[in-house]
Design a binder for this molecule. Structure first.
Ligand code: ADP
Ligand code: MG
Length: 694
């Protein structure tokens, strides 16, 4: 399927000279993949200008330089830790080359007396004498070409030398094919961009630090490539999604009245408004593709139920996909009594149903007697057939990648789709992340919730806090204790969840539980159930705690090293408490000293519980790159796009992609053909698969 001309880029880096069986896994770790294209996307973050080789007499200022000299004397270190001095001259000028703790024999071999050598590194003047400490390079003149006049600096990983990385990249660059231009001529001219192949080559041959900045022409072009690939993929999937006719539902007012009567509360204004949007979509024969954004606890589930009932009344089935088993069951528990009172059949299917049990469930889904089906995403990856699926609700919680999911959910049926997310995404970023989805926001909390009291307390007082929980426990309250755990570096000095667990166990015995990411799902479930059921008073957790889980009796949230969390994350975590009628509190422990930004960020947590406001503020303070750039954000990683610097380009790409999708939906024009290359280069194969197939 992929054009042959691109094949060399999609081969394994192991096929490159210089990448051996030992280093390949390290490369793969650094690049997050094994393809050559990934290596070529690994971008330099800086550039050292070494300049051309100079003679010593040309040196008149400090800084990086490459010089040609002849060693004249070695003065070994007098003791450990003392300098080893190599005197050298060039053009009659003297200089010293200094090493600390380097093996003497190696120095004697590298700097033989009387033999010319080329060294590169930082020149300093020490007592008016030229000196270089630990040169970056020291090579014989024949190998001087190894020292680049402009040396790109790449993000590295332990076990890999810059030299090996440079060599691999230099070996990969000749594999770049010349491809037809996929951008409009006018844009290329306006921004004076070079062709893709040249841009990729220039990316790895920067001539200055400036060339490695986000706003350099090369980076801009490549970022625009990436943005257009993403937006175009989303537009193509969306277009195909919309091309299939949906069903115009009656949206019976009768059923809605019954539902409202069955609820123990009145809908909030925000819920009613969202339902107006949804009913409007569902009453039309085009398919609904809507995003429902709302904080944890904002009442998305009832809205989802109301939408599902719209199709049930007309004799269709509805499915609700939850991201985890726990949430699947929680949704089922909430919805079952209401569905029963309305006479609607509700069925649950998870990966755990096996054998005959599973077959029975599959049967009622296939014959249509299951009205509402709740399950994990596996619902759509396995051999599940619906009789007449009319509506799919995807509860994303904090994950993204909806568009991939839209393809998966496409099994010859054309259901309406509502995606729910608990991550309040700033308006300015919705389009970049979700393309052109329609959006409804639940920006109003159900009434009767007491605000969560939030306090900032120094980490030094941790022991007092642990002691103080006694009073809370005596009154039957339940406590979450969250410890951060950074995947990238286990050696970081982080509060270790196990240590905390031990400490709290010493105080409160077996009323303390521990839940963390390394546990198996069923082990996590078990601990969670115990906490929900009241067998545990305190739950120590890493950030992996299942954010959607509802334990109304939990009233205290303690978060260690709060300064290390994103605001959105803190907000989600705090949303675990304050769900019942009791007063709840959240203690943010921080380790001093805090930076000004960190202070401001934590202060916002104290001032407001509005998730949308918090998201906007966080964006303002830290920039989108930081806010979304973490793995927790669930955002697919960007290669060239710098969300903050390239906002304008991203908007432009969005408009561009819309036009392309409108005028050339199957990408058959000359530009369209070129754009297919672009989609492959950014691995948007999903979108390409849908071309010509609907
Ligand atoms: P979300 O899925 O958005 O996190 P839920 O749908 O689980 O939130 O709702 C949280 C809690 O609020 C549930 O116990 C639900 O019954 C309750 N709830 C939902 N809507 C209302 C409302 N309009 N008034 C009072 N309580 C509500
Ligand atoms: Mg929910």
């Amino acid at each position: 399927m992929r054009p042959l001309i691109l094949d060399p880029l999609f081969r394994s880096i192991r096929t490159l000279g210089g990448v051996g069986p030992k280093t390949a896994p390290i490369f793969e770790k650094l690049l997050g993949g094994e393809r050559i294209i990934g290596l070529l996307r690994h971008k330099p973050i800086d550039c050292i200008e070494r300049g051309h080789i100079k003679s010593l007499s040309e040196i008149n200022k400090e800084g990086i330089a490459t010089v040609r000299v002849i060693p004249t004397a070695h003065t070994p270190a007098k003791r450990r830790g003392a300098p080893y001095r190599i005197a050298a001259t060039g053009d009659g000028q003297p200089m010293d080359i200094i090493y600390f703790n380097a093996p003497g024999q190696w120095l004697k071999d590298t700097y033989p007396l009387g033999k010319e050598i080329v060294i590169s590194g930082k020149i300093e003047f020490y007592n008016d004498k030229i000196q270089m400490l630990h040169p970056d390079y020291a090579v014989v003149p024949e190998k001087a070409s190894e020292i680049k006049s402009h040396e790109p600096i790449y993000p590295m990983t332990a076990g890999l030398s810059p030299k090996a990385l440079h060599k691999a990249i230099e070996n990969a660059l000749p594999l770049l094919p010349a491809l037809p231009e996929w951008h409009d001529d006018s844009i290329i001219k306006k921004y004076k961009w070079s062709a893709w192949k040249d841009s990729m080559t220039m990316l790895h041959h920067p001539q200055s630090s400036n060339d490695t900045l986000s706003d350099s022409p090369v980076r801009q072009r490549l970022a625009y490539d990436e943005a257009l690939a993403r937006q175009l993929a989303m537009q193509i999937v969306r277009l195909r999604f919309k091309k299939k006719k949906g069903i115009a539902y009656t949206c019976s007012k009768d059923m809605r009245r019954k539902l409202i009567a069955a609820l123990p509360f009145a809908l909030t204004g925000a819920q009613s408004r969202a339902l107006e949007d949804i009913d409007g979509d569902m009453a039309q024969s085009t398919r609904m593709l809507r995003l429902l954004q709302g904080d944890v606890g904002s009442g998305k589930t009832v809205v989802a139920l109301a939408a599902m009932l719209n199709v049930i009344t007309d004799g269709y089935q509805a499915a609700l996909m939850a991201p985890t088993e726990i949430l699947t069951r929680q949704h089922a528990e909430t919805l079952l009594p209401i569905c029963e009172s309305l006479g609607v059949n509700l069925t649950v299917l998870t990966g755990r149903d096996k054998g005959k049990m599973r077959q029975d469930i599959l049967n009622v889904i296939a014959d249509g007697s299951a009205g509402i089906v709740i399950g994990t995403h596996a619902l759509f990856q396995e051999s599940v057939t619906f009789k007449n699926l009319g509506c799919v609700i995807i509860d994303e919680q904090h994950r993204f990648g909806v568009h991939q999911r839209l393809n998966l959910s496409d099994k010859g049926i054309a259901p309406d789709v509502l995606v729910m997310t608990a991550t309040p995404i700033p308006r300015t970023l919705t389009i970049s992340l979700f393309g052109d989805m329609d959006v409804s926001r639940l920006n109003e909390k159900p009434p009767g919730r007491k605000p969560v009291e939030t306090a900032l307390i120094s980490q030094d007082r941790l022991a007092d806090i642990a002691q103080g929980l006694k009073r809370k426990i005596e009154t039957g309250e339940r406590i979450y204790w969250v410890c951060p755990l950074v995947e990238e570096s286990e050696s970081l000095d982080l509060a270790n969840a196990e240590d905390r667990y031990t400490l709290l166990q010493q105080l409160y015995g077996d009323r303390v539980g521990l839940i963390h990411g390394r546990m198996k799902p069923h082990e996590k479930d078990k601990v969670m159930q115990k906490f929900a059921g009241g067998e545990l008073d305190i739950l120590v957790a890493t950030t992996v705690i299942e954010v959607g889980v509802n334990v109304p009796e939990a009233t205290v949230m303690i978060i260690e090293h709060a300064e290390r969390f994103g605001l959105a994350q803190l907000h989600q975590l705090r949303g675990r408490v304050g769900r019942g009628s009791d007063q709840s509190s959240c203690i943010l422990l921080y380790s001093a000293p805090l930076s000004e930004t960190a202070k401001e960020r934590l202060a916002i947590m104290r001032e407001t519980e509005d998730g949308f406001l918090i998201a906007e503020k966080d964006l303002e303070l830290r920039g989108a790159g930081e806010v979304l750039g973490t793995r927790q954000s669930g955002l697919p990683s960007m290669h060239f796009i710098d969300i903050d610097a390239h906002r304008g380009l991203m908007d432009m790409a969005h408009d561009d992609a819309r036009l392309i999708a409108k005028n050339d939906p199957e990408l058959t024009s000359r530009r369209g053909e070129a754009l297919k290359y672009l989609l492959y280069l950014f691995e948007q194969d999903d979108a390409i698969k849908t071309l010509g197939s609907g």
